[in-house]
Design a protein around this ligand. Structure first.
Ligand SMILES: C[S@@+](CC[C@H](N)C(=O)[O-])C[C@H]1O[C@@H](n2cnc3c(N)ncnc32)[C@H](O)[C@@H]1O
Length: 284
């Protein structure tokens, strides 16, 4: 929709009045999303009422992709691009290993990747986009709204399962997963009330709440990973800067060779654990 500069500046003022820091950018996106003046007015009203911009628009930009995000589904954060980058690098390394493990080299074999606690499926979608046709992707989430959203974002290239952590995954994946990535909730329960209202009020607590120390879900992810990872397979979990040593300790306790990697640019911390063994020859 096109709009007179005056009308757009009215929207910018309304957005600024409720504390939107990037009011001009948001106004532009809302105007572009609306097909009629009535639709635009409704979008602006929802944003001014405090809904996250991504829920108003119905999408978030993540890792260069437009990811559908329905109301009630966790909005993928910019910093999680670092987790996706590390997972893509390890998926590519697994593909090289898989290919070379065969004589002659088997360039048609696929890496098995699982996006646990997938939310909208943003991380899985980024991995698929970076490794065309070379990944068997499974994603899982406990929230039905997230599962529906992830199915839309991953389409026919990924299989999305609904349930508690590993429970809904097919047993055929046991011992075969090359890359297991989990952006599980890691906010300590008491810290949720300190989060911006957009998260605290519009993202279900199950998407944020990691229990007293923030590590309850990670603890279960780390405890279960050994059964699912292939020898040489990797578990990657996003965590808080101050939580990282405790996350690392969880991984180590469950037999993974582990390290912390960080991105200053994205203020992101990821713990990577590797199941001992080189993973070849392939057992599939
Ligand atoms: C922090 S959000 C991350 C979503 C997505 N991976 C991303 O980065 O945008 C955590 C997700 O974990 C899911 N979740 C929480 N507890 C879970 C459990 N026990 N089993 C499966 N999923 C769970 C939530 O529904 C939510 O979608």
């Amino acid at each position: 929709m096109s709009l007179s500069p005056h009308s757009e500046s009215v929207i910018v003022s309304r957005l600024r009045a409720v504390g939107c820091v990037f009011a001009e950018d948001e106004a532009r996106l809302l105007v572009a999303a609306a097909r009629t003046p009535a639709e635009l007015a409704a979008l602006v009203d929802r944003r001014v009422a405090g809904l996250p911009l991504e829920h108003v628009l119905g999408w978030a930009e993540f890792h260069g992709l437009r990811i559908a995000v329905d109301p009630g589904v966790f909005v993928p954060r910019r910093r999680t691009a670092f987790l996706a980058d590390r997972a893509i690098a390890l998926t590519r390394a697994a593909l090289t290993r898989i290919t070379l493990a065969r004589t002659p080299p088997a360039s048609h074999e696929r890496a098995v990747v699982v996006d646990l606690c997938c939310g909208s499926g943003a991380v899985g979608a980024a991995i698929l986009a970076a490794t065309p046709d070379r990944v068997e992707l499974h994603a899982a989430d406990i929230e039905p709204a997230a599962v529906r959203c992830a199915r839309r974002n991953l389409g026919a290239r990924g299989t999305v399962h609904e349930g508690d952590l590993y429970a809904p995954l097919p047993a055929t994946l046991r011992g075969r997963v090359d890359v297991l990535v989990a952006n599980a909730p890691y906010v300590p329960t008491d810290a949720i009330e300190l989060m911006p209202p957009e998260a605290r009020l519009h993202e279900p607590h199950v998407t944020l709440d990691g229990g007293a120390d923030g590590l309850d879900v990670q603890r279960r992810v780390a405890a279960g990973a050994g059964r699912w990872l292939a020898p040489g397979g990797h578990l990657l979990v996003e965590t808080g800067e101050h939580q990282a040593p405790a996350t690392l300790e969880l991984f180590t306790r469950h037999g993974l060779d582990s390290r912390i990697v960080t991105s200053d640019e994205l203020s992101a911390t990821v713990v990577i654990g590797t199941r001992p063994g080189d993973g070849s020859p392939r057992r599939r």
